[in-house]
Write a protein that binds this ligand. Sequence first.
Ligand code: NAD
Length: 245
Amino acid sequence: MALEIPAGAVEALRQSRHVLVLTGSGASAESGVPTFRDAQSGLWAQYDPLELATPDAFVKDPALVWRWYRWRRELVSGVEPNAGHFALAELEGLVNRLTLVTQNVDGLHQKAGSSDVVEFHGSLFATRCFVEGTASDDDDGSATPRCGICGGHLRPGVVWFGESIPETELQTAATAAIDCDVFLSIGTSSLVWPAAGLAEAAARSGATVIEINTDPTPLSAESHFVIQGKSGEVLPELVNCLAVQ
Ligand code: NAD
């Protein structure tokens, strides 16, 4: 079945002054990066991400948490951006202004050529000191790497459940949510806060909300346009429509 791209959504993007894009793990699913729900297979089937991606889990068993992140780093190192990532990089050149905020930690938007990506939940490939919070290059690949400065545990540079979003990223995203006139939500369940609140803030400020997802979400009913489908198929089509005058 041919994809239906609503003309109103294309027009909103064409007329836009500032587009805020928010992506979730669905945007990387077609690259082969499992969403948390899909990741519950194989080696890690017996674990709940909520029991691995928290500061408490790390304190309890840093070696287990590191094993999980080293597995995810390896998985992501072997994958490539999909057509959706590339279409978003192209979209940058087709609209007046675009801010891209991602909840993903896989670096695939940057690999596809998007610039100034706001990594709301950090990066799989960053490492920080668990004690001081500072960025570190001291990860030696061992089971429980240590900070070269204070000797404390090093940790993956992602935002865990229950942790705050880094101040700069939060400010940039919150400011863009109020300023944007089109909000594009892609492959996110709109359940994880505070990222989910960005759409609400944008809608309250009068932005046109467009959702691209394979399934309905709590945002669907609040959206002006819902395009049901895979982001790797919908986004190239949307960009094609926009590029055609
Ligand atoms: P999520 O909020 O990111 O939900 C995934 C959403 O994507 C669902 O609504 C699903 O219907 C949709 N989806 C699945 N495949 C799609 C496709 N091909 N096209 C469009 N939509 C599609 O929730 P989560 O997966 O539970 O992740 C929670 C958090 O965990 C994320 O916000 C992120 O910080 C982290 N995470 C990151 C990655 C990554 O970096 N790739 C992967 C897993 C989890």
